[in-house]
Design a protein around this ligand. Structure first.
Ligand code: AVJ
Length: 321
């Protein structure tokens, strides 16, 4: 069995972090891209989030896969499954089993920015599928799609609703990038999207009563402290989750509870924050099924199917080239 973690352009992630922090914290509203949540602790906190009673998306997507993985597999003769933002790959076995059952699947490629998540996922999958050829790619799917493998009939899976972390213009660029990657050889994209629903369900999913999401949110400041030698007083920030009804996305923010001066030597900058000033750390867009299909079509995909969990909370949409 092949089990490789390729650390591609060695310092790519470090340079991207520095550039992201300079651009995001240096402009208004101040933002940080959500990909930097996922160091070892952040990945563990996210896994705990997926088990919270309020955080329904992971369970809803799992139910959708349980019911429909066979339908997806029947529509795609994939020999290579590439999963973007694979994290702990907890739901992947459902898809892998269905694809293996069709007799076409030869390999699985996990792509994530978290090396600890990749290593854990690889070991977990090897225990279930000892004969599966696995590859793990430590890479940023937003900027490094060109590193993905080119052999075989490729099914790119982008699950979990992670596409909701992109702003609309980033989303269009990303979908066009996947479309370009599949090129003339063709292939498919399976996209998981959380669906618009009542704010009374959405907001608690991002502001749980146990405070795990608050810790996850604040952890991004720890990542900056560790990677950029910054001196954020992590506990001086309050977790905020709100529903932006106009944009139809959840926003997570960190609100400074006092005035502060923060040094970020690794990014060559400092920051003055007023009391109450906020950093936007994540958007998590929620979708309408028709709009997902339209965005895939606009990026050059033919929509071959769309499935949801029984309660219609979460959608899986299959685009083909
Ligand atoms: C992993 C990006 C899908 O947006 O729901 C969970 C991350 N943030 N709780 C999401 C997250 C706060 C999650 N994704």
């Amino acid at each position: 069995m092949d089990m490789i973690i390729r650390h591609l352009p060695q310092d790519h992630l470090a340079r991207t972090l520095r550039a992201d922090v300079r651009a995001g914290l240096g402009s208004r509203p101040r933002t940080l891209p959500p990909k930097w949540f996922y160091d070892k602790l952040g990945s563990e906190l996210f896994d705990r989030i997926t088990e919270l009673p309020e955080y329904y998306p992971s369970r809803a997507e799992r139910e959708a896969l349980q019911e429909h993985a066979v339908h997806i597999a029947a529509a795609v003769p994939a020999s290579t499954l590439i999963e973007l933002g694979s994290g702990s790959s907890r739901k992947t076995p459902l898809l892998l089993q269905a694809l293996l059952d069709t007799g076409h699947l030869e390999r699985y490629v996990a792509v994530d920015v978290s090396d600890t998540a990749l290593a854990g996922a690889r070991d977990g999958l090897a225990a279930i599928f000892p004969d599966l050829e696995q590859h793990a790619l430590l890479a940023d799917f937003e900027t490094q799609l060109h590193l993905l493998p080119r052999q075989g009939h490729r099914l790119v899976a982008f699950l979990g609703g992670t596409i909701g972390n992109f702003e609309p213009h980033q989303r269009a660029a990303f979908l066009a990038g996947v479309r370009a990657l599949l090129g003339r050889a063709g292939g498919s994209l399976l996209l998981g999207t959380d669906l618009v629903k009542a704010p009374s369900v959405l907001v608690p999913a991002y502001d749980d009563s146990a405070g795990v999401t608050a810790e996850f949110n604040r952890n991004v400041l720890r990542v900056l402290n560790n990677s950029l030698d910054a001196d954020f007083d992590v506990d001086a920030f309050e977790h905020v989750a709100l529903w932006n009804a106009e944009q139809e996305w959840i926003e997570m923010r960190l609100r400074a509870q006092r005035r502060m001066f923060v040094r970020l030597p690794g990014a060559g900058m400092h920051l003055r924050l007023d009391e109450g000033e906020e950093l936007r750390t994540e958007i998590s867009a929620k979708f309408r099924p028709q709009a997902v299909a339209a965005e895939l079509a606009a990026a050059g995909f033919t929509v071959a199917g769309q499935w949801t969990d029984p309660q219609e909370r979460f959608a899986l949409t299959l685009g083909q080239v």
